[in-house]
Design a protein around this ligand. Structure first.
Ligand code: SF4
Length: 415
């Protein structure tokens, strides 16, 4: 009898944008379950534990069990007959699936959007405006001696960003790990990440842009009205001047930034200000900026959308060529305004997090959903497909948050 226990080395966790590829999985091939996930953080362990094989219909049409072929035919009819359909989600599936989804949108002349539009969409807009100074997480681990986090809480959202890449690990030019790094956190409130920082800068809510612009001015040696900056941002000039000295004199600095910057007042202006600050600092030292991405392959979604259409999200293909217009062709807006007449959701659950008018419209139109798990979106969908989980049952490619593509090593097959 063959041993039902299988070990998968160097498996990849696709739960968050860190896409850790050093996981050792212990798989019970008889029970179709992962029993142990060595090296994974608490979030990764839960991800691997929850994705066993459940007895579920492969497809549902109108709530009734159907074959996959019947589901495909019904879904194809919906998409082919729609006049202004939207395809949305894509950040929790492989690049191979993403490119097929974009092709379908192209074929039917529809809209295609990803969850980037509700997280780092403003960053995508800012990239186009001011560019980006980049590095891989490997470079950051080996070289960064000043690590800044702006508007995010990695301790809870990306636990291994600290331990694997940016704060504690020893690197080629950071031989003493944490001791060789200065860590700065900028946020509107204290979080579980705050104790990790050497310097915590508590900016007033909604004043990130002003704070970034004041830092830009100080880096460039311009005169700044310290009292006015403090009134607006809550940060004293002495703190900013000390920060600027550290930023200009470090050997390799990084500005990680999260949705606290991109989804608050200012949005793409905030992201653009931070990217410009990193660029300014390159006149004095080496400095990079890095958005901290949430979903496991949201960065892949940006890449696939960009290489297929030229734009990272919110694309319309009705005229036979791509048009990019966030606010017009983004899923939340198409649904909230009642414009989309059909929707296909791939590995996403907008019925749980979209605004009420968008969800109400989803009840009025034919919806197709593809997801490994039952979801509220599946409940309101006309056609539902149960899919295998990427990285656990499906091989393919996922992009880490630093745009490095990684191969997935699935643990066991799915029906
Ligand atoms: S940090 Fe993210 S990718 Fe890494 S193990 Fe945790 S959840 Fe998975």
């Amino acid at each position: 009898m063959s041993d039902p226990i299988r070990i998968v080395n160097d498996a990849t966790c696709t739960f968050c944008g860190c896409v850790c590829d050093d996981i050792v999985l212990t798989v019970d091939t008889e029970q179709h379950r992962i029993t142990k996930s060595q090296n994974a953080c608490v979030l990764g362990k839960a991800w691997f534990k929850e994705h066993g094989i459940e007895e579920r219909p492969h497809a549902l049409i109108g709530g009734r069990e159907a074959s996959t072929e019947e589901g495909v035919e019904e879904a194809a009819q919906i998409l082919a007959n729609a006049r202004f359909p939207v395809i949305y989600g894509l950040s929790d599936t492989t690049c191979e699936a993403q490119r097929v989804a974009v092709s379908i949108a192209d074929m039917i002349g529809g809209n295609v959007d990803t969850t980037t539009s509700v997280c780092h969409g403003p960053t995508g807009i800012a990239f186009q405006g001011v560019g980006e100074s980049t590095a891989t997480l490997g470079e950051i681990r080996n070289r960064a001696d000043l690590v800044m986090f702006w508007g995010g809480n990695p301790a809870e959202a990306h636990p291994r960003l600290f331990s694997r890449y940016a704060v504690t690990p020893k690197g080629m030019f950071i031989p003493n790990g944490r001791k060789d790094r200065t860590v700065v956190l900028v946020d509107v409130r204290r979080t579980q990440s705050t104790p990790v920082a050497d310097i915590f800068v508590q900016v007033k809510p909604g004043a990130d842009f002003e704070l970034l612009w004041a830092l830009r001015a100080l880096v460039r040696g311009r005169r700044v009205d310290g009292a006015a900056v403090e009134r607006r941002t809550g940060i004293a000039m002495a703190v900013l001047e000390d920060l600027v000295v550290r930023m200009k004199s470090c050997r390799f600095g990084v500005l990680f930034f999260g949705m606290g910057l991109t989804m608050t007042r200012g949005r793409h202006f905030n992201a653009g200000a931070l990217l410009s600050l990193a660029t300014d600092l390159n006149e004095f030292t080496h400095f990079v900026a890095a958005p901290v991405r949430g979903h496991g392959n949201v960065t892949g979604a940006d890449n696939v959308m960009s290489w297929q259409t030229g734009f990272p999200f919110g694309v319309n293909l009705s005229r036979g060529y791509p048009r990019f217009n966030p606010g017009e062709f983004t899923a939340v807006d198409l649904l909230s305004r009642g414009e989309a007449d059909a929707a296909m959701f791939i590995a996403t659950d907008p019925a749980s997090n979209f605004p009420k008018p968008a969800i109400e419209h989803m009840h009025r139109i034919p919806v197709i959903s593809l997801d490994p798990k039952p979801t509220p979106t599946g409940q309101l969908s006309h056609v539902v497909f149960t899919t295998a989980t990427y990285g656990i049952n499906v091989a393919g490619t996922a992009y880490r948050m630093d745009n490095v593509p990684l191969p997935l090593r699935p643990a066991f097959d799915s029906p």
